[in-house]
Structure formats: structure tokens, C-alpha cells
Ligand binder design. Structure first.
Ligand SMILES: Nc1ncnc2c1ncn2[C@@H]1O[C@H](COP(=O)(O)OP(=O)(O)O)[C@@H](O)[C@H]1O
Ligand SMILES: CC(C)(COP(=O)(O)O)[C@@H](O)C(=O)NCCC(=O)O
Ligand SMILES: [K+]
Length: 259
């Protein structure tokens, strides 16, 4: 039973076709498209794929984008299914005031991160960092309770906000420096250390709350940019959202149920 996982963020759609909906399943094909190019998926990247038997996705890019993605999926007769954040799923407990208002990408990434850790036989508090269009920093206790999380602007949004709100900050991208001595480096370093600092604070908060050192896992399209500048120990993971979608799919689509 092949399984298509789709993650639609505010910048790009990421997809992966797996041999089956289970943890560690073999990847048959995968890709990513900027949202402005998703209307060509059925004609290009998806045109010669074997039709998936099941699909599960998460989307935070709004209803109009969701309709465009579902339109591309009409080349197959698979039912589009999208994860909605709930009170609890796959062993995670959602501490948000209004659980359904939590971004589905955040919820799914947390499920992926928690099960990665559990499958290694470990059970620590966990910080989940996602560096995409926005940056999110989630705190989960050792029992799998999502305590709460931070939302920050991502690199691109920080730079555009500074550019549009000032007269003198129209400069090329710089480098991350400890002591920046030009405007480009000052902006790039400011954004990078704002994110690294937020992660360090959340690690402190969770360590204090749980009286136990948390693990920290980072993912997202711009995760690699942050990696050299972090002050806490962390593991960089390719796509926690796909890991989470596989966990949820394994529970929703048991192997024998192909009708
Ligand atoms: N090859 C790449 N193409 C596009 N964006 C990239 C690439 N590598 C890193 N990035 C960065 O990743 C961010 C998008 O990450 P992504 O995880 O796709 O975001 P989202 O899930 O919000 O759509 C961009 O803001 C950009 O800074
Ligand atoms: C925080 C987000 C904008 C992150 O989006 P992304 O960077 O992945 O495109 C998204 O998870 C979202 O729209 N969340 C809803 C509000 C919330 O989680 O509280
Ligand atoms: K995302």
C-alpha cells in the first residue's frame, strides 16, 4: 500500500511517496516546489508516479492553496486527507488553549520528533525547532505533553521587515559574525542569533520546568543555515513532518485495510 505524504508550508510544498505508511518506510520518490509552481505538479513531477493508495498531508498555507493541491491530485483517485491538530494523537497531548488552532505542521513535527526519540528507547523532555518561513520552538515534557511554543519570523521575513521599515537597510545578504562590522553582516547575524537565542531560552525554560536536560531536534528548509550558530546541543533532521505523517498514517491506515 503506497503512501503519499505532503507538507505545504507558506513557502514550499514538500512531498514524498513511500512504499507503505509505516515508520522507516522506503522512499520511492520525493520533491519540493515553491507555491507559485504547484499548479504544474500533475503535468511534471507527479505525471509518471505510480498512483498512491493513501495520502495524508498537513497544510498551513490556507484554503486556496489547499484547493490548488487537491486539484493536482485529481490525476489519481486517492482521497486527500489533511491532519488537523487535536487534543491528543499518537501519544502526544496538546496543551494549546484551543488545540485545533495549533498549526498542523507544528503538531505533526512534534509527533515525528517524539516517536524518533521513543524508538531509540529514550524518554526525555524535547525541544522541537522548525526553521521555515516562520520559526517555531516547541516544548514537550517527558510524558509527551506539549506545554507550549514560540513563533518567530524566519530569516526572510526578518530581513524584509527591516528593509521595509527603515531607510538605510537595503543591503545584500551578509555572513554570520560574532562582531559584525558592516550592515549586511549585522542584519544576517542579528536574525540568526535571534533564533539561536530563542531556542536557548526555551531549552532553559523546559530544563527548569522538568528538572531534566531536554533533547533538542531541529528541522525545516532553513535548518542548515542555523546549524553552525546554535549554542545548545541539537540534532538536525531532514523532515520531521514526514516522520510525523508516517506515524499518524500507520495508525490510520493499517496494512490490511485496503478497500
Ligand atoms: N533550496 C532552497 N529553496 C528554498 N528555500 C530554501 C532552500 N534552502 C533553504 N531555504 C530556506 O528555507 C525557507 C523555506 O523553508 P521551508 O521549510 O520550505 O518553509 P515552509 O515550510 O514555511 O514552506 C526559505 O525561507 C529559505 O530561507
Ligand atoms: C506558525 C506557522 C505560520 C508556521 O508556518 P511555516 O513557517 O511552516 O510556513 C504555522 O504553523 C501556522 O500558521 N500556525 C497557526 C498558528 C499557531 O500555530 O498558533
Ligand atoms: K513547515
Amino acid at each position: 500500500m503506497s503512501f503519499l505524504a505532503i507538507d505545504v508550508g507558506n513557502t514550499r510544498l514538500k512531498w514524498a511517496l513511500y512504499e507503505e505508511p509505516s515508520r522507516g518506510a522506503t522512499v520511492l520518490a520525493q520533491g519540493a516546489e515553491f507555491l507559485e509552481n504547484i499548479d504544474k505538479l500533475a503535468d511534471h513531477a507527479w505525471a509518471h508516479l505510480p498512483a498512491p493508495d493513501r495520502m495524508l498531508g498537513c497544510i498551513v498555507a490556507g484554503e486556496a492553496v489547499k484547493r490548488r493541491v487537491e486539484e493536482q491530485m485529481e490525476i489519481w483517485d486517492v482521497m486527500p486527507k489533511w491532519v488537523v491538530s487535536t487534543q491528543s494523537e499518537a501519544g502526544l497531548i496538546n496543551g494549546y488553549d484551543h488545540p485545533t488552532r495549533l498549526g498542523a505542521d507544528r503538531w505533526v513535527a512534534m509527533i515525528g520528533a517524539r516517536h524518533r526519540m521513543l524508538s531509540r528507547g529514550e524518554c526525555a523532555p524535547l525541544i522541537v525547532v522548525m526553521v521555515g518561513t516562520a520559526v517555531t520552538v516547541e516544548a514537550i515534557d517527558h510524558e509527551g505533553r506539549f506545554l507550549g511554543g514560540l513563533i518567530l519570523p524566519g530569516h526572510g521575513i526578518m530581513l524584509r521587515a527591516l528593509e521595509s521599515g527603515t531607510a538605510g537597510l537595503h543591503v545584500p545578504t551578509g555572513e554570520v559574525k560574532l562582531f559584525p562590522t558592516n550592515t549586511s553582516d549585522a542584519l544576517t547575524s542579528g536574525g540568526t542569533y535571534a533564533i539561536a537565542g530563542a531556542v536557548a531560552r526555551m531549552v532553559d525554560h523546559l530544563q527548569t520546568h522538568c528538572a531534566q536536560t531536554p533533547q533538542c531536534v531541529m528541522t525545516g528548509g532553513a535548518g542548515w543555515k542555523m546549524a553552525p550558530s546554535m549554542s545548545v546541543n541539537f540534532e538536525l533532521v531532514d523532515n520531521l513532518i514526514f516522520d510525523g505523517l508516517l506515524e499518524i498514517a500507520a495508525r490510520r491506515f493499517p496494512a490490511e485495510d485496503l478497500t
